[in-house]
Design a protein around this ligand. Sequence first.
Ligand code: GTP
Length: 197
Amino acid sequence: MSDSEEESPERQLKLVLLGDGTSGKTSLATRFAQEAFGKQYKQTVGLDFFLKRITLPGNVNVTLQLWDIGGQTIGGKMLDKYIYGAQGILLVYDITNYQSFENLEDWYNVVKKVNEESETQPLVALVGNKIDLEHMRTVKADKHQRFCQENGFSSHFVSAKTGDSVVPKSRHTAQSEALPKLNRLEECLPVLSKNCC
Ligand SMILES: Nc1nc2c(ncn2[C@@H]2O[C@H](COP(=O)(O)OP(=O)(O)OP(=O)(O)O)[C@@H](O)[C@H]2O)c(=O)[nH]1
């Protein structure tokens, strides 16, 4: 092995998507990793994986492992194992479904339990999905912000359907000029890399 290969081992980042069924986790992973979207709902049974290679500032190449966890796994005995070792957690809810927001408390409690004895804590992002359905919103933005502030989450409003705030603007169907300024999901990745690289 050459020196340069030794100096730059394969960097992997494990990101876990959690949240209720139909909140849009698979759609977000598909949009992020494959730049695609499907209208048809197909329930994730157990979990699914997506991989994406990205280059972070400073020319750091990272392979992102997206662990797309089925919404029905809450309360199941495998969930702890899926979450274990994650550098980043995306807590995903549907802005038109209040219950999906309320239930994130339960999902986050599992994350805390899994990490209670570990030295490094995963970064957690709160992701309000389906902002293309803003007119049907039932979760007020200030509730979202309060949840973030109380727990130190980064805050994101996205649409897996349009790609809004999931992929850079030039690559999605821009419909969002009227929406408030949003954080791109990708913007949290350089922060996450500090946890792994
Ligand atoms: N309008 C709109 N629909 C979306 C969006 N994201 C997902 N959907 C739709 O919502 C439904 C559920 O999406 P999924 O991505 O399968 O949801 P999930 O969270 O992975 O669901 P589980 O596999 O049950 O955990 C599908 O019909 C998607 O097409 C979005 O941003 N906007």
